[in-house]
Write a protein that binds this ligand. Structure first.
Ligand code: C5P
Length: 216
C-alpha cells in the first residue's frame, strides 16, 4: 500500500454525480448517476494526503473526511466551479455524468398541460473534461466512459478526442455494475497504449486502485 502522505502537497479536483438541467421551476432533466464512484475517488485521494476539491451534482452522499465538497446543479455551474479551482490542480478526474444537453430556454412559469404534445428544444452543454484538458497549464486528466457496446473502441476514441492521459471504461449494459450500483469493474486505457483491467469489486477498492494508477 502507498504511504499515507503519498499525495501530500497535491491538489486533486474531481467531479461527481449527475447534473440537473432545469426546464421550468418544478421540472428538470437528469440521469441515474449516484455519485458513488466520484465520492470514493475523493475519499481515496484524501486518505493519501491530497487536498481534494469534489464538485458534485445533486446526490444523497455525505462529504468524505477532509474533502472540500462543492455542491452544484447544472453542467454550467459545474464548469464554473471547476474552472475556479483548477489552476493549481495536479490531477483532474471527470467522474460526473454531465448532461449532454440542457433546455434551450428556462421557462419561468410552470408549464401547463394544455396541449397534447410538448416540444422542448435542447442545446449542447459545455464539455468540462475537454475544457480542462485544453488548458495550457493542464493537470493530469482522467475521464470515465460508460458504454453499452464497443467499450474499447469508444473509450479509446474519447481518450484521443478529449486529449486525456487516462480513461476508465465501464460497461453499463451489465446492470450489476456502474450506474447507481455499489460495485464496478473498469478497464483503464492510457495515452501510451498501456491497458489495465480492474476486476469487479466495490467502488471503494476500485477507487483505491485507480488513485494508485494515477499517482504512479
Ligand atoms: O462523452 P462522454 O460524456 O461519454 O465522456 C465522458 C467523460 O467526459 C466523463 O469523464 C465525463 O465526466 C466527461 N464529460 C464532461 N463534460 C461533459 C460531458 C462529459 O466533463 N459535458
Amino acid at each position: 500500500y502507498p504511504a499515507q502522505d503519498t499525495l501530500q502537497g497535491q491538489h486533486w479536483v474531481i467531479t461527481a454525480g449527475p447534473t440537473r438541467e432545469q426546464i421550468d421551476p418544478v421540472r428538470f432533466l437528469s440521469n441515474n448517476s449516484s455519485g458513488k464512484m466520484g465520492f470514493a475517488l475523493a475519499k481515496a485521494a484524501a486518505r493519501l494526503g491530497a487536498k481534494v476539491t469534489l464538485v458534485s451534482g445533486p446526490v444523497s452522499l455525505e462529504a468524505p473526511p477532509a474533502v472540500n465538497l462543492i455542491k452544484v446543479k447544472s453542467a454550467q455551474d459545474m464548469l464554473d466551479s471547476v474552472m475556479e479551482h483548477i489552476s493549481d490542480a495536479r490531477v483532474f478526474i471527470g467522474c460526473a455524468a454531465v448532461a449532454d444537453y440542457r433546455p434551450a430556454e428556462f421557462i419561468a412559469q410552470k408549464i401547463k398541460k394544455n396541449t397534447q404534445e410538448l416540444h422542448v428544444d435542447f442545446v449542447k452543454n459545455p464539455d468540462i473534461l475537454q475544457t480542462v484538458a485544453e488548458l495550457k497549464q493542464r493537470p493530469f486528466c482522467v475521464g470515465f466512459a460508460a458504454e453499452t457496446q464497443k467499450l474499447e473502441h469508444y473509450a479509446k476514441d474519447k481518450l484521443k478526442r478529449k486529449n486525456l492521459d487516462m480513461i476508465c471504461a465501464n460497461n453499463v449494459a451489465n446492470g450489476k455494475i456502474g450506474f447507481d450500483s455499489d460495485e464496478n469493474a473498469v478497464t483503464v486505457f492510457f495515452k501510451n497504449d498501456r491497458t489495465e483491467v480492474l476486476q469487479q469489486c466495490c467502488k471503494h477498492k476500485i477507487a483505491s486502485q485507480l488513485v494508485y494508477l494515477i499517482q504512479k
